[in-house]
Design a protein around this ligand. Structure first.
Ligand SMILES: [Zn+2]
Length: 298
C-alpha cells in the first residue's frame, strides 16, 4: 500500500501544485529550447518553482519532466540524457518537498499517435519504462501521467509504470468543451477515460489543463457516474488565455477561483491543483479553502 493512497482514503482533500511550463517561461526559458534540460542547467530556478508551491501549501508537487520522453528529448539531441533529466527532476522536487510532502513525477504524452502509425506500442512502452524507473530510483511517490488524450498511449504508460515500479499511478486527460460535450483531441469522453483507466489499474484518475476551473465541475460529475470510489485529481488552467501585447493573459485570477473551489470540492474530488497560468497565489487560495474543508471533516 502506498502512503499517498492511505492518505486519500481518509477522505481529506489534498492540494497539488500549479503550472510549471508558464512559470519556467517567466523565469527566462526561451521557446524552442528544452524545458526539462533546466533540471541540469538551471537547478536553482527549478528548485525555486518547487519551493514556491510547497510554501503556498501544496501537499503534492510534480516535477519538471513533462516532456522528458525519448521522442521529445531527441528533438533537442537530449534523448541520451533521459534518465539524468528525470532523476534530477525528482531530486529537485524532493528537496523542496522534504519527507512530509509527496512528489508526483510528471509524465506527458509523446506527441506520437499509435493510430497514425507514428510509433509502435513497444517504442512507447520502452520510453515510458525508462522514465518510470528513473522516477522511482530517485525517490518519487507517484507518477502523474498527464495531459493525455489517447487511450492506447495512456495504456502503454500505465503498463510501463506498473510493470517496472511500485509507484502509485495517477492519470489525467485533457478535455475540450465541444457541441457534443467534453472530448479529448481523439474524441474520448470523461466516462470512456474513467472506464478504461480503471481497467488499466490507475490509482487516481482525473482531468488537467483545458478551459478553466468551472468546467471541471461537470467533468468530475461525469467521472463519478462511472465510479463513486476512484480518487479524482483535477488541475485546471486559469481559464483560456488571451494574448495582450504579446503576453499570455489568463482570466481566472486567484480572487476569481475563490467561489469555484468549494463547488469543485462538493463534487467529490480528492486532489485539486492547477495547470497552465496558475501560480503559487492560486495554490494559496486553494489550500486555504481545502484546509477549512478538511478541518470540518476531521
Ligand atoms: Zn495546462
Amino acid at each position: 500500500m502506498h502512503k499517498i493512497s492511505e492518505l486519500l482514503e481518509t477522505g481529506k482533500v489534498l492540494v497539488s501544485d500549479g503550472a510549471w511550463g508558464t512559470y519556467l517561461f517567466k523565469k527566462g526559458l526561451l521557446s524552442g529550447t528544452c524545458p526539462e534540460e533546466w533540471n541540469l542547467t538551471h537547478y536553482d530556478d527549478v528548485l525555486e518553482i518547487a519551493k514556491s508551491y510547497i510554501n503556498a501549501g501544496s501537499d503534492i508537487i510534480s516535477t519538471n519532466s513533462f516532456g522528458a520522453n525519448v521522442f521529445k528529448l531527441s528533438q533537442y539531441n537530449l534523448s541520451e540524457k533521459l534518465s539524468d533529466i528525470c532523476r534530477s527532476s525528482v531530486e529537485i522536487s524532493r528537496r523542496a518537498a522534504g519527507k512530509d510532502k509527496f512528489v508526483m513525477a510528471s509524465l506527458g504524452p509523446t506527441g506520437k499517435f499509435l493510430i497514425m502509425g507514428d510509433v509502435t506500442s513497444d517504442e512507447l512502452y520502452d520510453s515510458f519504462r525508462q522514465q518510470a524507473i528513473a522516477f522511482e530510483t530517485s525517490g518519487a511517490d507517484a507518477v502523474c501521467i498527464e495531459t493525455f488524450y489517447a487511450l492506447d498511449e495512456a495504456e502503454q504508460a500505465i503498463k510501463a509504470v506498473k510493470e517496472n515500479t511500485s509507484l502509485a499511478v495517477f492519470c489525467t486527460f485533457t478535455f475540450d468543451k465541444t457541441k457534443e460535450g467534453f472530448n479529448t483531441l481523439t474524441g474520448i469522453t470523461p466516462q470512456q477515460m474513467t472506464e478504461s483507466l480503471i481497467l488499466c489499474g490507475a490509482d487516481v484518475v482525473g482531468a488537467n489543463c483545458g478551459s478553466g476551473f468551472e468546467d471541471m465541475i461537470e467533468i468530475v460529475n461525469m467521472i463519478r457516474l462511472v465510479s463513486s470510489r476512484i480518487p479524482i485529481l483535477i488541475q485546471a488552467n486559469a481559464g483560456l488565455p488571451t494574448i495582450e501585447n504579446g503576453n499570455l493573459i489568463y482570466s481566472e485570477t486567484p480572487e476569481k477561483i475563490k467561489e469555484i473551489i468549494p463547488k469543485i470540492i462538493d463534487t467529490g474530488v480528492n486532489i485539486i491543483g492547477g495547470c497552465c497560468g496558475t501560480t503559487p497565489d492560486h495554490i494559496k487560495v486553494i489550500a486555504e479553502i481545502v484546509n477549512r474543508y478538511n478541518q470540518k471533516i476531521k
